[in-house]
Write a protein that binds this ligand. Sequence first.
Ligand code: BMA
Length: 317
Amino acid sequence: MTTFNRYSKNPIITRKDIPLSCTNGIESSSVFNPGAILDNGVFHLLLRVQSRQRKTFLTHCSSTNGHDFTVDAQSVKINGINELGFEIFHVYDPRIVKIEDVFLVSAAVDVEEGCRTAIFSTKDFKEMDLIHMGDIDSRNGVLFPEKINGHYCLLDRPNNQFAGGVMSGSQICFSASTDLVSWGRSVPVMSGNHHYWDELIGAGPPPIRTKEGWLLVYHGVATHFMSSNIYQAGVALLDIDEPHKILARCPANIFEPRESYELTGQVPNVVFPTGLLVDASSKNPENCNEVLMYYGAADSSVCLAKTTIQKLLDCFK
Ligand code: BMA
């Protein structure tokens, strides 16, 4: 069964699309793992750009059709990270939601001791302001796209396992906050399956609300080939009111590296979804709406694959 159809003109964004003005005049070597949001008919991506200095930039681009993007001339200015009293090396893998008219961007932040989950706000993707910096080693911080029972809700993935040179983890956790700054107790949502496609896991794009529950696309890493980790995507269904509860989880991956642009590149064998947008403009019944998944391919380019809500729900049958 094919859940996703790749866009025929993949990759949709490569390093050649990034103006030198976005990367301090140094050529880009890769662009991948984009945050995505559809707002008032405009598709926004926040790209993870790496220059040949191996410096990371978050660069905004926009589109009216979801396929053809125009990249801004400047990368996003990130405010509030230079005053923290410790060095920030990279801000990357952004995910975007919009709550109460403000775009909220969660991202991984590399610090001397490891990685942190941070939350920023922006109104225009030209500048973004730090709201919160987590204090545990974690990655794949993903906000739900609306408050649930009056709380902002966050999934993240504590890093407590060593995998191929980086700290990683095998448990997606849930926490809630009334102000985005103080977060309550973190509770486990789901764990990886040792020896299978999803040994290490992390939330992918912000979950999508459906009548059946929250659809969560997440990535799973098969590490048992040691030198060649395989990054794939799977899907789970979370309870609408108590989103730390799993209602269903598809046992197999629903998307895996197959095309040459996913199999080869800076890091081979990687599909890494970070944006999942429902295009409701077709005014179909909810479950027929087109779903666009934006993902990083081989840590080298940005790609697009399409499905529908119904096809994602069918994965649980
Ligand atoms: C993960 C993250 C992602 C990256 C992936 C594959 O640990 O760092 O940003 O795309 O590895 O290299």
